[in-house]
Design a protein around this ligand. Structure first.
Ligand code: NAP
Ligand code: ZN
Length: 353
């Protein structure tokens, strides 16, 4: 084992502080990665503040971060895909059981015993739970390490590892959205990636936002139209017209207002994960035979496919790069939906401490 610098929280109400964690030495299949950038996902905030207590209680100290890009520094004897110096990514998963039907079907995120990048029981016993990317390095089984296209800006690649795959996967799964009317609800980290992918897939893209000041950015990011969701008149005009809607809202909200935006057999997929249940009106679903679904990140194979797609189409996240010392302030801004459109932590700032 070796020591690595990290930022952790000691409780649901503590601020982040500088810390030291243990990382394992590379075993045969492991890749050791020097972390260059790590995105800040709203899931990090839900976890840090123990907002998902009833489903996944947080074990403290907690080191979040699952939007990791870095450089390989060391590989185990049996590693075949990577060598020192390679640019790589790590997302929300660092291991699974490799044998259940989901794993065999490239859907490791639905494995019964997945190991998430942080706050998951640590099979290697390095700590009580896994520690994520707000750290100078990480050691990961090569089967959960992704290749990063060489042409992309690394600070903007980091968020692809969660926000990217979480929005790419449900749109791909829905079918060919070319020429369809697609809504993206919430212009945050996930939402802005949803807009970029929907546009790249050829859809007619409409953003629903509660923030009128984001309108111009939404159009610049690729939206054809923007609806301010608090404006009843604007909502009414579009009722019953959408084929597919991706809902990325992180907080409680009236989902029926968006279900009724769908046309016949339209689908709304939830990727946002508010801690409280969302009441659903049966009638909103019955009329129009509409469907409501959920989606969770994506498997490793699909995550690589998404990264390669981003390389080909020059897609990255719009980021505000921050030093890790500004993390507490960044969290306060994230709660207020005041980020353009993802924070990406420059880990050189941690090394310099
Ligand atoms: P984010 O950057 O904070 O974006 C969420 C956006 O939702 C905000 O920018 C805001 O957009 C809108 N919003 C926030 N509060 C709202 C409210 N009370 N009512 C209406 N709209 C509101 O968060 P994120 O990182 O994109 O994550 C979004 C959610 O997805 C989180 O719950 C996160 O945990 C979850 N998530 C799920 C998965 C998965 O696999 N399913 C993966 C990653 C994250 P406007 O300002 O445009 O209204
Ligand atoms: Zn995430």
């Amino acid at each position: 084992m070796y020591k690595a610098k990290a930022y952790s929280v000691a409780s649901a109400t503590s601020p982040f502080a500088s810390d030291t964690i243990q990382r394992r030495e590379t075993t045969d299949r492991d890749v050791q990665i020097e972390i260059l950038y790590c995105g800040i996902c709203h899931s990090d905030l839900h976890t840090v503040r123990d907002e998902w207590h009833s489903i996944m209680p947080t074990v403290y100290p907690c080191v979040p971060g699952h939007e990791i890009v870095g450089k390989v520094t060391k590989v185990g004897a049996a590693v075949s895909k990577f060598k020192p110096g390679d640019l790589v990514g790590v997302g929300c998963l660092v291991d699974s059981d490799h044998s259940c039907p989901s794993c065999l079907n490239n859907l490791e995120q639905f494995c019964k015993e997945p190991t998430f990048t942080y706050n998951s029981p640590d099979k290697h016993g390095t700590g009580p739970v896994t520690y994520g990317g707000y750290s100078e390095s990480i050691v990961v089984d090569e089967r959960f390490v992704l290749r990063v296209p060489a042409n992309l800006d690394l600070a903007g690649v980091a968020p692809l590892l969660c926000a990217g795959i979480t929005t790419y996967s449900p749109m791909r799964r829905w079918g060919d959205i070319k020429g369809k009317k697609v809504g993206v609800v919430g212009l945050g980290g996930l939402g802005h990636m949803g807009v970029k992918f929907a546009r790249a897939f050829g859809a007619h893209v409409v953003v629903f936002t509660t923030s009128p000041k984001k309108k111009e950015d939404a159009l610049r990011l690729g939206a054809h139209e923007v609806i301010v969701s608090t404006d009843r008149q604007q909502m009414k005009q579009h009722a019953g017209t959408f084929n597919f809607i991706l809902d990325t809202i992180a907080a409680e909200h009236d989902i029926n207002a968006y279900i009724t935006m769908l046309g016949l057999e339209g689908n709304i997929t939830l990727v946002g994960a508010p801690d409280k249940p969302l009441p659903v009106s049966a009638f909103a679903l019955l009329f129009g035979r509409r469907t409501l679904s959920g989606s969770l990140i994506g498997g490793i194979k699909e995550t690589q496919e998404m990264l390669d797609f981003c390389g080909e189409h020059n897609i990255t996240s719009d980021v505000e790069v921050i030093p890790i010392q500004q993390i507490n302030e960044a969290y306060e801004r994230l709660v207020k939906s005041d980020v353009k459109y993802r924070f990406s932590i420059d880990m050189a700032s941690l090394k310099a401490e």
